[in-house]
Design a protein around this ligand. Sequence first.
Ligand SMILES: [Fe+2]
Ligand SMILES: [Fe+2]
Length: 297
Amino acid sequence: MNNRPEDLLKGLVQLSSLPVIYSKINEAVSNPRSSMKDISNIISDDPGLTSRLLQIVNSAFYSFPSKIETVSRALFIVGTQQVRDLALATSVMSLFKGIPEDLVNMESFWRHSVACGIGAKILATYRRCEMNVERFFAAGIIHDIGRLVLYKKIPEKAREMILRSRAEGKLLYAVEKETIGYDHSDLGRVLVGFWNLPPSLEEVVAYHHAPRNARRYPVETAVVHIADIIAHAMQLGSSGEHYIPCLDEKAWEIVGIPASVVSPTIDQIEREVNDVVQSLFGNPDNDEECKKKKVSV
Ligand SMILES: [Fe+2]
Ligand SMILES: [Fe+2]
């Protein structure tokens, strides 16, 4: 029996640590003696990460007027902490392999996460006081990460829970809790803790379905909560949830921006999402693997 989320994470060796490259970037960014050149060298050592980062900074996510050709330029224009958070988002996406395609389509899963991340970034921009909106993007990317652990570790049970949620018209996270005693947010919180990610990310993941319970980072959590619901309503991809999760009416109050921003936020997500998914998954026209996986969502 896996009565605690910690038990389910045991044995997932490849998830016990994030790719070394992210830890190296994080260390360098946090070290005041590191130069921008040091950080740039670390990133440039990983061609896959370099290419994904350059694609995302040149995508509709930023819409910079001219092309950014090098990592050092990206660090200069976007900022070191911001590039670190983009690197986190793309590193996490490369970790989960071998999940049965009929259970969840990975492009669809990440499309939902990217839509939520973009939405969170846009909502944070409306707050004006947020200096690093990439942090919100990364939080949106990882908010449902616990679900991938369920799919990877207990695929049959996960399938059963998805079917039951649809048959009984119940939200999937409620069915998870009823069936295994905890849900994907509990599992995600433990995983983010294992990875030693910032406590704000841990809280966002833990409470993205119940933002009023977030004690230390209520704004980040409420922003991702609203962005998740917008991504669901737009039907951009799916993490396995068939229904739109309930909105905590306190969330707007916590975030402190008017609900009238929803409509322009939706328009902007629509403009950015394909470009960002393509940056992170590669160009499907040039990539046979992506071509096979491509689905209309
Ligand atoms: Fe969720
Ligand atoms: Fe979600």
